[in-house]
Design a protein around this ligand. Structure first.
Ligand code: PAF
Length: 276
């Protein structure tokens, strides 16, 4: 991979990297299209990174379909699909971890200890192997995006990080490879996330400024469906990710629920930019 990147750089082309865990959906394809707009060469990495999964998580059943993914990538302007084996990324004796300490603590980090260390470590490895000038990430994992931005600043990595808006199904559900786990009934219940986001925005637009009250209202709305277990409803500052008491223009509403066995997340600014 690095030899390919060096040759590409010698041809004067900038590289944009789209790091993924595969099982592509329209959200991934939109990241690939954005990458093609930003650089002369596009690399998509496809690696289900074992070190970002906890022992009780879904590493073994995470959806995988390499043939379908390569066919989908071939239809986009993707120059290289980098799909390493776990043993090549983590040979025997591997023991290094990168911790972005503070930003990894709350939200998904609270319920998934070690997850963001696994993400930061693999992303740093991918940057070193692929040597991109630009890397594109989706905003659905906005904590991940904030952590990667911090990682790049803190370690002086020479990569521009670009975030891309969440791509949604027609009924509002944020696209995710994990949506494939949902039964038909669970798929219906999963609409609660985007409904909660919409209702949160309506409450904020209607003058609610108390984050605690807004969270309580949304928690009880989500918990009304017995198949939904709320992990968190949080109002945080969009860049520091610190919990806020008062809602303002920087407030991001972040949600994590379990629907049956499937963990889903969603988020959005409480005051969408188009609302002023
Ligand atoms: O967002 C993902 O799919 C993964 O966390 C990433 C960034 C590819 C690292 O494994």
């Amino acid at each position: 991979m690095t030899a390919w990147s060096n040759r590409t750089a010698a041809e004067g082309k900038a590289i944009a990297l789209v790091p993924t865990m595969g099982f592509f959906h329209e959200g991934h394809l939109s990241l690939m299209r954005s990458a093609a707009r930003q650089a002369g060469a596009v690399v998509v990495s496809l690696f289900v990174n074992p070190i970002q999964f906890g022992p009780a998580e879904d590493l073994d059943r995470y959806p995988r379909d390499f043939e379908r993914d390569s066919a989908l990538a071939a239809r986009e302007q993707v120059d290289a699909l980098f799909a390493p084996e776990a043993a090549a990324m983590y040979p025997e004796g591997f023991q290094t971890r990168i911790a972005v300490t503070e930003l990894s603590q709350g939200l998904c980090g609270a319920g998934r200890p070690g997850h963001f260390e696994g993400v930061a470590t693999v992303v740093a490895k991918l940057f070193h192997i692929v040597r991109p000038q630009v890397a594109i990430f989706g905003e659905k994992d906005f904590q991940q995006l904030a952590i990667i931005r911090r990682l790049v600043r803190d370690l002086d990595l020479d990569v521009e990080i670009v975030g891309q808006p969440i791509v949604r199904e027609a009924d509002g559900l944020a696209m995710s490879s994990r949506n494939a786990y949902l039964s038909a009934a669970e798929r219906q219940s999963a609409r609660c996330l985007s409904r909660a986001l919409r209702w949160g925005r309506e409450l904020a637009a209607g003058g609610e400024t108390d984050a605690g009250r807004l969270r309580a209202a949304l928690e009880s709305m989500l918990a009304a469906d017995p198949t939904v277990t709320v992990e968190y409803v949080a109002v945080v500052h969009e860049t520091t990710l610190r919990p806020q008491q008062q809602i303002d223009r920087h407030s991001r509403l972040a949600l994590a629920v379990k629907i049956g066995r499937t963990r889903l997340i969603d988020n959005g600014l409480l005051f969408a930019p188009e609302q002023g």
